[in-house]
Write a protein that binds this ligand. Structure first.
Ligand code: GRF
Length: 204
């Protein structure tokens, strides 16, 4: 059996990318990260990829005439690398419906909130501001809406009175690092079955 091929889109520090790299290595999963693409040339995630021997490249919005050509460049790079699943691991741009529709049920995203609460930017800050007692993170398939696709996995964490943005974000991040790699693994095993809004996880 050939390895399943994923591509990872990143914008920053890449701790979620690292969690995927580590899980594939530690559990000897038959998955290749065929390419890592960042919209920022300085992203520490690119360094992590190269250190792990993974092809990594920057595709910068400012180098492209418009959003459509930026997304075409990303699409070409992913397809050129033979990618079957696109993982958004801290990719800070919204992909157009055109792009998303070219990858039906083949893009997943990690969001640092218990969706459908606190979509969009700074979900951890939104949770603190709102005063929730339970926060968390969600891995979901990406559809044309924002943080609105079918939910694959979620993990909850408590919010404490003394929490700051940083302490809450750090507590959530620990759980992101478990559910994002786990979702990639479930996908690679063909265990994610999407029916409408619902994702059923088939037994191993
Ligand atoms: C994570 O909190 C992720 O949920 C959000 O952006 C952050 C990326 O962190 N979308 P990292 O780059 O994976 O360390």
């Amino acid at each position: 059996m050939t390895n399943r091929k994923i591509g990872v889109l990143v914008s920053g520090r890449g701790s979620n990318l690292q969690a995927i790299i580590d899980k594939i290595r530690d559990e000897k999963l038959p998955i290749d990260i065929s390419i890592v693409i960042s919209d920022s040339p300085e992203a520490f995630a690119l360094k992590r990829a190269r250190e792990a021997g993974i092809p990594a490249m920057g595709i910068l919005r400012q180098d492209c005439a418009d959003k459509a050509s930026f997304e075409t460049a990303i699409d070409d790079a992913l397809r050129g690398a033979g990618v079957e699943l696109v993982v958004l691991a801290g990719f800070m741009r919204i992909l157009s419906a055109d792009f998303v529709n070219k990858w039906p049920q083949s893009i997943i995203n990690i969001h640092p909130a218990l969706l459908p609460a606190f979509k969009g930017l700074d979900a951890q800050g939104q949770a603190l501001q709102y005063g929730v007692k339970i926060a968390g993170c969600t891995v979901h398939f990406v559809d044309a809406g924002m943080d609105s696709g079918p939910i694959i996995l979620q993990k909850a964490v408590p919010v404490f009175d003394e929490d700051t943005h940083d302490t809450l974000a750090a507590r959530i991040l620990v759980q992101e690092h478990t559910i994002l790699p786990e979702a990639v693994k479930l996908w690679s095993e063909g265990r994610l079955e999407v029916k409408g809004r619902k994702v059923r996880i088939r037994k191993a």
